[in-house]
Design a protein around this ligand. Sequence first.
Ligand code: PAF
Length: 283
Amino acid sequence: MIVIKTPSEFQKWREKQSDKTIGFVPTMGYLHDGHLSLIKQAKTDNDRVVASIFVNPLQFGAGEDFTTYPRDLLRDRELAKEAGVDVLFLPDKKDMYPSPMASLIRITQGIDTLCGKNRPGHFDGVATVVMKLFQIVQPNSAYFGLKDAQQVAVIERMVKDYFVPIEIVRVPTVREADGLAKSSRNVHLTDAERRQASAIYRTLSEIKEHVMSGKETIMNLELAGKKKVEEETKSSVDYFTIRHFPSLDPVEQINEAKESELIIACAVAFSEVRLIDNIIFKL
Ligand code: PAF
């Protein structure tokens, strides 16, 4: 595995790969099985796999967990190498964000709900860094986990809007045995919270069955889901929302949703960490 730290060095490597397909896995590090499944899929589909690690300050709001976001570069390098990454790209802040910054991607659709609603500027930060990484890496395809479903929707739309010739590959969420979605942030749960956190996926699955049966209104199911997760996790639920996917438009009537995919998404604020999860399905 080659480790590259600057965009110019990366571009030199990239110029020599013109006859190869490149799969790209952008990450913020602290790699877990979810990232490894993205790398595995990228390896299956491409001649070369590039992964990046950059904890992107631009996507963290004031008071969010930028400084405490878990980091372990030595371990990440080992895991990336074992997983078969060909190039690990580790840019630093001064290369990614020369000061003062002169341009920014601004997301204007699909952010009035889920995480976009309570994290103003978050998806502008994600889109800006992903666009910069895409310009440097120039991959054929890029791999994103569906745990961050709104991020996937935003990036798919951005790629379409800016005619970026990169295929966005959606990869299913990887879960612990009790259903909790794998996330770098799970290390910040206390032992009790870790046990309670399994209620998130359990409740999403139960509410999905109720949506499928079509007997309750969307609003009642959102309220019931929120109440159940709050009771079982003993934590506050930021949102428990049912929407169309990937538009994230509201679902007025369950019947109207027969042709499209739906998402049930939830965010829970534990004592030290906020976790998100979702289920995407067709009726
Ligand atoms: O999903 C993440 O880890 C980040 O949002 C991403 C896509 C690497 C951009 O910083």
